[in-house]
Design a binder for this molecule. Structure first.
Ligand SMILES: [Zn+2]
Length: 523
């Protein structure tokens, strides 16, 4: 039995024959580039495995040493990889700069960090294991661009079309490119070091030779755009690094812009942190103690058991213990099935996270049903859940040796749970107004009741509403939510650039979903 075969056996045990078989086929039959920086979401779509199954399969495979996991910081402007590492701990800069886009970005785990998987060298040797031997187009495709850029089938031909000239430059070497500069915006770019020079070629054509020096070093100094006239250009390139460089002169026209604008969903660090398999496998070693990473949007769900003290009194500690354990098990299964993860349990309460509000809402509805079934089995209403959901920005941190979350969104979610009555689901406006969540509610035929509520300890976010017969209370809160918006700088002569945009969205109307088993005062 080869080493790879001996590693696939425990993988089958961990994730089942179907998922393990799909990965084994990929390793055996896939082309080299298909085994480098694999997006688990792409693989899920291609193999027919569900996304959660594919993510779990790659996580277990990485744990077994079949694949290597990589956390890559992406440029939201061009989709290039600004930094890659085996651990999230290396995402430690307040800002990442992209030379190609001439822009800096504050990293967020939902928009700027992808997680990919590359086959391990001892399982199968692929070309990308030696990136310095990859030809230019393959280097750009496999190393420079992230899995979030939807590179077309004819990528190699396209790169050739937009490339005026290119040279492979060993460490410490110099080269001279002689070319005819067309009246276009040109970018001299090395995808290895990200060294960049913008050339704005316009005006009267000239016959005189224009000279330009382009130095490749690790300094990443931002270059001013150089104005040139159409005509002969002598470009002296100096590679002062200790790695091979691949400088090329690109035409920054529509073709390049279209290429950079092609996006597809990728496995984000946020999605992984809120995945139950990831939390189970990489329990404590995700973030450094002093690390705090921004997440633009995460959905928090808190549950608690109503009247657990009375329950313990009534049935005794032993029975209560088993019941509470059974309830935890069921909740954990539902959370995992809806792409979420249990962060912690506190007494009889659960704190869970989900990548999007609709998954949390779907989980909440299933939890309520499941508790109903357990109660029917026992012939008693022993397990009555109170559920609260809220979505918003937060920080991923390490607290008490556990990957946890910090911020007002977490506080609000917990307080919203505290408002929920027996068998009720309380969600804020941020959750129910999220379009997929609204759709889910419409499909289940459920109409949320709008209530205005004050949240203890959440200051300056409440407006008062008159109490009506059916207690119509609405809590209002405004939050600035910074969203990264991609904008191409106006006037096609300027390089692709990106900017942060500040969006204000009013939020948080607390909504409750009346229990199907009880009639509220409204009905
Ligand atoms: Zn960029």
């Amino acid at each position: 039995m080869s080493e790879a075969e001996s590693l696939f056996a425990p993988l089958r045990q961990a994730v089942g024959a179907e998922a393990a078989g799909a990965l084994e086929r990929l390793v055996r039959e896939g082309e080299d580039h298909e085994l480098n920086r694999i997006s688990a979401l792409d693989f899920a779509a291609r193999s027919g495995l569900g996304e959660e199954a594919a993510i779990a399969a790659f996580l277990h495979a990485a744990r077994l040493g079949l694949f290597e996991m990589s956390w890559n910081v992406l440029c939201p402007g061009c989709g290039g990889v600004l930094g890659a590492s085996a651990t999230l701990k290396s995402v430690d800069r307040a800002e990442y700069n992209c030379a190609l886009c001439a822009a800096g970005y504050e990293p967020t785990l939902d928009e700027m960090v992808e997680v990919t998987f590359t086959v391990s060298q001892r399982v199968r040797r692929i070309a990308a294991h030696d990136p310095n031997a990859l030809p230019m187009a393959e280097y750009a495709r496999q190393v420079f661009w992230s899995s979030g850029v939807d590179l077309p089938e004819n990528f190699a031909a396209l790169i050739e079309e937009i490339t005026l000239d290119a040279v492979e430059l060993p460490p410490g070497e110099k080269a001279i490119l002689s070319l005819q500069a067309p009246a276009e915006f040109l970018i001299v770019f090395d995808p290895v070091t990200h060294a960049t020079q913008f050339l704005d070629v316009q005006g009267e054509p000239t016959r005189e030779r224009q000279n330009l020096a382009f130095t490749i070093d690790k300094a990443h100094t931002p270059n001013e755009t150089v104005a040139l006239r159409p005509g002969p250009l002598r470009l002296a390139i100096d590679n002062r690094t200790d790695t091979r460089a691949l400088p090329a002169v690109w035409i920054a026209g529509d073709k390049l812009h279209d290429l950079l604008g092609r996006r597809k969903p990728f496995l984000t660090a946020k999605r992984l942190l809120t995945n139950q398999s990831f939390r189970d496998l990489y329990r404590t070693d995700t973030l450094d103690v002093d690390q705090r990473l921004k997440i633009t949007s995460l959905t928090f769900l808190f549950t608690d058991l109503k009247g657990s003290t009375e329950l313990y009194d009534r049935v005794g500690d032993l029975v209560a213990f088993d019941l509470v354990r059974a309830h935890f098990r069921v909740l954990q299964e539902i959370v995992a099935a809806e792409a979420g993860a249990v962060v912690k349990t506190i007494g009889d309460a659960v704190m869970a996270t989900f990548p999007t509000p609709d998954r949390a809402l779907a989980a909440a509805l299933r939890m309520r049903e499941a508790m109903g079934r357990l109660n029917v089995e026992r012939g008693r209403e022993d397990l009555l859940l109170k559920i609260g959901i809220h979505e918003g920005p937060c920080l991923a941190v390490t607290l008490n040796e556990r990957q946890d979350y910090f911020g007002q969104t977490v506080n609000i979610a917990s307080r919203v749970q505290g408002l929920a009555g027996s068998q009720a689901i309380f969600a804020t406006g941020a959750v129910v107004e999220h379009p997929p969540a609204t759709k889910l509610l419409a499909e289940t035929g459920m109409k949320p009741l709008v209530q205005r509520r004050a949240l203890r300890g959440v200051a300056d976010e409440l407006t008062h509403a008159p109490m009506r017969a059916h207690r119509r209370l609405v809590q209002r809160q405004r939050r600035h939510s910074r969203r990264v918006a991609r904008t191409w700088q106006a006037g096609a002569r300027v390089s692709p650039a990106a900017a942060h945009a500040c969006a204000t969205r009013p939020r948080a109307i607390v909504r409750s979903f009346p229990s199907p088993r009880r009639r509220g005062p409204h009905g």
